[in-house]
Design a protein around this ligand. Structure first.
Ligand code: ASP
Length: 312
């Protein structure tokens, strides 16, 4: 049995203000990412390869806050975070505050394979990726008109010119994938630009193994989205795994408990997870979460809001 689930962030555009075109583009982006990951799993491939393929597709799509389409920090620059974990061995790799790696999740994967360290940051991450022959880009590759608009709204809010509160979509987002392969292996991957107007040098939860990303064979694979500081404090992804492993908490209860706790903290949060049996949980405490899954029979489901989740 193989299954795959993805998210494109819990910072969705409020239903009333998303354009038909934006809605269609996001759904299509989710579908394409699931197809990319599923093409690995359906051939009997590894969960770790499937989550990487799905996240690369999401990084390449401008609707989501990772890779092309990542948010701008306070200096109007992009600093990218990504983390990946293989549940077979607990091997993991991550990058933080990278500036020129076209697909950050590929660099995280290569750090994992290299194995001499787990988390590389800043220029060191960029240099490593360049040395490995990954595609490198200038900062403007990541910038889209929408993200410039979001930066401007944050600036207007700061200077008192914005007469409404910013939406979750204007603030943040992230992409992620979790998978179970035919051999029973679990894997998780998460990639993000962080949040709009974040401090230069700020690192979120995506590359912090156990916070925004975690996978352990026989237990669960988890990828999170929402304001990373809260996930780091609660070690959210690892907390879900611990509840399942030590307390035998069912997947749905462990993930729901985590988003409830984060809601209590005042944090908008979304979590995707797959357990060792292939059960999938896609939970959020926000109006929506860009999300999708592929069932064992290969049917692709995507949704953005509470009531639009369905087969494509
Ligand atoms: N988790 C991301 C971060 O804090 C942001 C998000 O998922 O919305 O960097």
């Amino acid at each position: 049995m193989a299954t795959l689930a993805i998210h494109g962030g819990a910072g969705t555009i409020p239903r009333g203000s998303i354009t038909e075109e934006g809605y269609r583009a996001a759904r299509e982006g989710l579908r394409a990412a699931l197809a990319a990951g599923w093409s690995v799993l359906k051939e009997g491939g590894l969960a770790i390869d499937a989550v990487e393929a799905a996240v690369v597709a999401l990084e390449d799509h401008p609707s989501f806050n990772a890779g092309h389409g990542a948010v701008l920090n306070e200096r109007q620059e992009h600093e990218l975070d990504a983390g990946i974990m293989d549940g077979r061995t607990l091997a993991a790799g991550a990058i933080a505050s990278a500036r020129h790696i076209r697909n950050p999740i590929q660099a995280a994967r290569l750090i994992m394979e290299d194995g001499t360290c787990l988390l590389l940051s800043g220029a060191g991450a960029d240099d490593f990726a360049r040395g490995q022959g990954l595609a490198m880009v200038e900062q403007d590759y990541f910038t889209t008109p929408l993200r410039k608009q979001h930066w401007q709204r944050a600036e207007d809010e700061r200077t008192g010119k914005l007469n409404r509160s910013r939406t979750e979509a204007e603030k943040h987002g992230t992409v992620g994938a979790v998978a179970l392969d035919d051999a029973g292996n679990l894997a998780a991957a998460t990639s993000t630009g962080g949040y709009t107007f974040k401090r230069a040098g700020r690192v979120g939860d995506a590359p912090i193994i156990g916070a925004g990303t975690y996978a352990r064979n026989g237990v669960v694979a988890v990828s999170c989205t929402g304001l990373g500081e809260y996930f780091i404090r609660r070690c959210t992804a690892h907390d879900i795994a611990s509840r399942m492993l030590y307390l035998d908490t069912p997947l749905a209860d462990a993930t729901q408990n985590a988003v409830n706790e984060l809601k209590g903290d005042g944090a908008g949060a979304g979590i995707i997870a797959i357990d060792r049996h292939g059960a999938i949980s896609l939970v959020h405490n926000t109006e929506g979460m860009y999300r999708g899954k592929v069932s064992d029979d290969g049917v692709i489901y995507v949704g953005i809001y509470a009531d639009d989740f369905g087969a494509e």
